[in-house]
Ligand binder design. Structure first.
Ligand code: GLA
Length: 383
């Protein structure tokens, strides 16, 4: 009897050992595999997909071909616990209810164009005025609402290539624009986004990503105690409709100074500042001190409770820092969490808003035979 128990115990142990090693090797094998699942159907019946990129250290980024949307993203805190640090929805149906660009690719022109009009090579173009009198984020059906063609890129640094061709006249913009965006999850816990576009007619392009970060790991909290650094010595003051006035204003001496790390709460409610009033908080474009097209550090965000640090590097000349001022507690996101006022912050690397109408701003014009090419990296670490 005793012997039988012993044998059973040995067999059980052997089974456990082999199961564990099976699991481990399965995990190892699967680590670099890009999983694809359904993300739900669009009203016209088309299927959408959700891809999971994983790196060896355990970071996981889920991206949908609908809007090229980054849906979830786990990053470790200073105890090594991975938590989702971005706002989003559980399935495509959530994104169809009119959420404010959560995680999405933005184009053809990110940010605002005054009165939805601009003139290019002597011809005036009219866009949908989808934000008061202005055009915002590519129009009624911008790149955030279209189905991209997705190609997984397997490897130690897995990626997802997304392509989309916006036709000549789509959302009022001239030129057939072929766009390619590649997301790459790198070994060092960074997500690299490479944007490329070509056109067959002169057009304007300003592509970005609209992820809302909350580094706390608790998406039910606000971002006010996040500490932000922006490597920008000037910002663009705006009018009441959030169109830049054309002035490049030094940040020194006002609440727009993030040259040294500062809590968002320190200045966001300073309603004596007319610019804070205009934006309902921070919703402005900062001009990076380093204006070269090299990949340089634009911003750093530190969340003291979790110890998470996010650094944003970009080849772009500017960054829109938006503190989720329009979130008002009416959107239910992933896992039923209600996204309250200022529960996420966006760091949208880009060219200046309204550049097509402001000739003193760096140009956003793209001509046939030219290639639009920019890179932005969002890199996580802990402190
Ligand atoms: C941007 C704008 C904001 C707001 C959000 C979406 O980043 O600058 O004013 O429109 O998108 O709600």
């Amino acid at each position: 009897m005793k012997k039988q128990v012993k044998t059973a115990a040995v067999l059980f142990l052997l089974a456990c050992v082999s199961m564990t090693s099976c699991n481990t090797s399965k995990k190892e094998n699967n680590n670099n595999m890009i999983e694809k699942v359904s993300f739900g159907k669009l009203p016209d019946g088309q299927e959408t997909e959700l891809y999971t990129l994983k790196n060896a250290s355990g970071m996981e980024v889920k991206i949908s071909n609908f809007g090229g949307t980054v849906v979830s993203w786990t990053a470790p805190n200073n105890k090594g616990v991975y938590e989702d640090i971005i706002l989003g929805c559980d399935s495509v149906s959530g994104y169809l209810k009119g959420v404010p660009y959560f995680g999405a690719l933005i184009g053809r022109y990110g940010n605002r164009i005054a009165n939805g009009k601009f003139t290019l090579e002597g011809k005036e173009y009219s866009l949908a005025q989808n934000n008061g009198v202005n055009a915002l984020h590519g129009g009624l059906k911008g790149f955030d609402k279209v189905l991209w063609t997705a190609t997984p890129i397997e490897g130690e640094e897995p990626g997802l290539k997304l392509t989309y061709t916006a036709r000549d006249g789509e959302e009022g913009y001239p030129g057939n624009l072929s766009v390619e965006v590649v997301y790459t999850l790198q070994k060092d816990n960074s997500l690299k986004i490479d944007y490329k576009a070509t056109t067959d007619k002169t057009t304007v392009v300003n592509l970005t990503n609209h992820t809302y970060f909350n580094l706390n790991g608790n998406l039910d909290s606000d971002i006010l105690e996040h500490e932000v650094t922006l490597n920008a010595d000037k910002f663009l003051p705006v009018d009441k409709t959030l169109i830049p006035t054309g002035e490049l204003k030094p940040v020194v001496g006002n609440v727009f100074d993030f040259l040294k790390s500062k809590k968002i709460s320190a200045g966001i409610n300073d309603t004596t500042d007319t610019q804070i009033k205009a934006g309902g908080g921070y919703d402005h474009c900062w001009v990076l001190t380093d204006s070269t097209k090299t990949l340089k550090s634009a911003a750093t965000v530190y969340e003291p409770k979790s110890g998470r640090v996010l650094e944003v590097l970009t080849t772009e000349p500017a960054i829109q820092f938006y503190t989720g001022n329009f979130l008002d507690g009416t959107i239910k996101g992933k896992n039923g969490i209600i996204y309250k006022h200022r529960s996420g912050l966006c760091l949208e690397t880009q060219h200046y808003p309204d550049s097509p109408n402001q000739s003193a701003f760096p140009s956003t014009v793209l001509k046939p035979n030219e290639t639009y090419q920019t890179t932005t990296v969002y890199k996580f670490s802990v402190k």
